[in-house]
Design a protein around this ligand. Structure first.
Ligand code: FES
Length: 121
């Protein structure tokens, strides 16, 4: 599978995204916790620029005895990409929608080699 150079490792700030064009596709390369993720910048809902949205951790209910809701907290190990158009959320790790796993961002493999970041297209 051909690889496309994105940038040197470290050129994307932690928590940042770099958009690149590959043919007619726009792909967002996201850096989070020193890992890189790449997705087509098109939301499967109505085509919004999903990769340009906020990234937020999963909200987790804290349930006490008797099923009483005690509050909510965040799961920082499950970051979401939030599409800026209507707020659909996708797991950063695999691009799947948080509720409907059949709805997903198109994912690209990221390759780190020799201090550079590539995506396989
Ligand atoms: S286009 Fe992304 S949530 Fe609607």
């Amino acid at each position: 599978m051909p690889e496309v150079l994105v940038c040197k490792d470290g050129e994307i700030a932690e928590g940042g995204v770099r958009l690149i064009k590959v043919g007619r596709e726009e792909i967002g390369v996201i850096r989070h916790s020193n890992k890189y993720y790449a997705y087509r910048n098109v939301c499967p809902h109505q085509g919004g620029p999903a990769c340009e949205g906020l990234r937020m951790p999963q909200v987790v209910d804290r349930i006490g005895e008797g099923g009483i809701l005690l509050g909510q907290t965040f799961d920082e190990d499950d970051m979401h990409i939030v599409c800026p158009w209507h707020g659909y959320e996708f797991h950063l790790a695999d691009g799947c929608h948080v509720i409907d796993r059949n709805l997903r961002l198109k994912r690209y493999e990221v390759v780190q080699r020799g201090g550079e970041i590539f995506i396989a297209v």
